[in-house]
Design a protein around this ligand. Structure first.
Ligand SMILES: C[S@@+](CC[C@H](N)C(=O)[O-])C[C@H]1O[C@@H](n2cnc3c(N)ncnc32)[C@H](O)[C@@H]1O
Length: 258
């Protein structure tokens, strides 16, 4: 089958039919298998879930029904870290809180080659996938299954893309997100902000890079200011939506980071 013939079959189910057709054909040549991919795609399953992996930043990440697919919006967070901490040779220690596939942590380790990192997730299945992804992308990191409420270790900084969708909005989400990504990765509680309240109480990490949802900036700044954090900067994604907030706190033993 040619890419354009396959794209034609995908056009009612995909926003990028030609791109998806090319992706399918680079991985699958068997006609029966292509038809099976088409059937699953027609039911709304994302191509990344069908093929089991997705590109993010400079890497390729295994994905499954147990983890949120890496999203291009989240690359804003990687860019924000690089802009804030431009010396990529420094031996930073950092945490990724709610690591999922590990895409944030692993992408940062590709840039900060002397850094040491720990990825935390409450889902044991996510931790297993993150470990595989670290290996697949030739990076070394520690992954620990832990509830973010219980994190009490010291790091130079942390990144986090916590679940931030208000519970009532989950039913309105696109089928491919609601049905194929785990609820645990999406549901941010009644107003979507439960996990930011938890993160605002972190004690031994002086710098936090947080992905946020559309329109959440003001409420999240309020939550963090209450806990004596200072908003260092805010960063927009390609759609001009504020996607990343950076908070800093003066700790007794703060060392100079940048
Ligand atoms: C929105 S996903 C982000 C995944 C990945 N960091 C990314 O950016 O693609 C949020 C992650 O937080 C994890 N999570 C949910 N509740 C948690 C908790 N209480 N403690 C630690 N991780 C949690 C979920 O399992 C999920 O992997």
């Amino acid at each position: 089958m040619t890419p354009s013939a396959l794209a034609n079959k995908l056009k009612h189910f995909s926003d990028m039919p030609l791109l998806e057709a090319r992706w399918i054909l680079t991985e699958i040549q068997d006609e029966k298998k292509i038809q099976s991919v088409l059937r699953r795609r027609q039911k709304g399953e994302p191509l990344s879930k069908i093929l089991g992996h997705k590109g993010f930043w400079k890497g390729d990440f295994i994905t499954s029904k147990d983890v949120l697919d890496p999203r291009s919006d989240s690359e804003t967070l990687i860019e924000a870290v690089l802009k804030t901490l431009p010396d990529t040779s420094l031996p930073y220690s950092f945490a990724d809180i709610g690591t999922g596939t590990g895409c944030l942590l692993i992408s940062l380790l590709m840039e900060y080659q002397n850094a040491k990192a720990v990825g935390y997730d409450v889902s044991e299945k996510a931790i297993k996938i993150a470990r595989k992804n670290a290996k697949k992308n030739n990076t070394k990191a520690k992954f620990i299954c832990k509830n973010m409420c219980d994190i009490n270790d010291s790091f130079d900084f942390a990144v986090s893309n916590p679940p931030y969708i208000p519970t009532k909005d989950i039913v309105e989400l696109a089928l491919n997100v609601r049905q194929y990504d785990p609820l645990l990765a999406l549901d941010g509680g009644k107003d979507g902000l439960d996990y930011y309240r938890i993160l605002s109480h972190i004690q031994k990490i002086p710098l936090l890079f947080l992905e946020i949802g559309k329109g959440q900036k003001a409420s999240i700044v309020k939550i963090f200011k209450k806990e004596k954090w200072h908003l260092l900067s805010a960063h927009k994604d390609l759609a001009k939506i504020t996607r990343v907030l950076i908070f800093q706190k003066r700790l007794v033993k703060n060392k100079k980071l940048f």
